[in-house]
Design a protein around this ligand. Sequence first.
Ligand code: SF4
Length: 294
Amino acid sequence: MIECDPDELGERAAFGQERLDGDLLDVVRYAPAEWAYYREALPDPGYPWRYVRESIHRADDRGILETRRRGNRIEIRRRFSYPDWVERIVAIENKPDLDASAARALSDQLERDVAMGLADEVWIAIEADDDRVSAALFEDVPVEAGIVEVDSTALTADVAWYPRTLAVDRPGTRILERPDGGAHDASAAQFEYVEASEKRERRLEIAERAYERGWRSYVDTMRPDCRHFEGRTDGQLLPYCRAKGRQPTARECAGSCPAFEPEPPTWRTRGWPIEGGPGARIKQILADRRERRR
Ligand code: SF4
């Protein structure tokens, strides 16, 4: 989950919906306001300049950078300034089906995440009803990671353990190898330090990937083609299940839902001759709304 400054997020939209990979970020973030030879305008990338030229051409093709030739030199000028849109990154491991042994295996991954400190917070979300899982997590998961117990039937969530804010601006530790003893045996583990500047780059790439995926949306995950599905407006458009008489969770409103019934074929011809039925219509509305918010 990415927490953003809304104004800066709006400015990010000028760069298009597709993510900017690390190479493009190296160009657009440092592109000058006035025409300049690219090698003088951009910081030394630490890799051959010919790759930078490729990125410049890609940025030009995407309409996010201006380029021109002066003799045999390529000059660049920025079209938009890249905003500082990412405030916090919250990593959530969503594990509703976790059993006790998987919880132990996950603790190793969480330990790596915490040691690296790329995200401001690391959480694990589990189903509320399994005490064995909770016990395994409390025993094995690093204390810096938060634990939230979700009751997907009652649609409630309780924080079982609050996370610590990680030092994202400081160098991190990459755990390279673990001995067989796993997270409990640090004696033979190998580590390397990761500079704060590298973490900044990685955080931005993570945020860019999330931007491309867009807001997690029930357009993609739920079943608006089910006859019980409705979109209800309460300030914002929310999914509603007539069969359950409430807002369904993304997990239960899926192909595996026992109450799922495909919308009748006649709905597909009544009033929706082109779009292909209310399900398709709702999908279109939601997709439009998502696009506008972006
Ligand atoms: S019945 Fe199941 S699939 Fe249909 S809308 Fe309700 S939760 Fe979704």
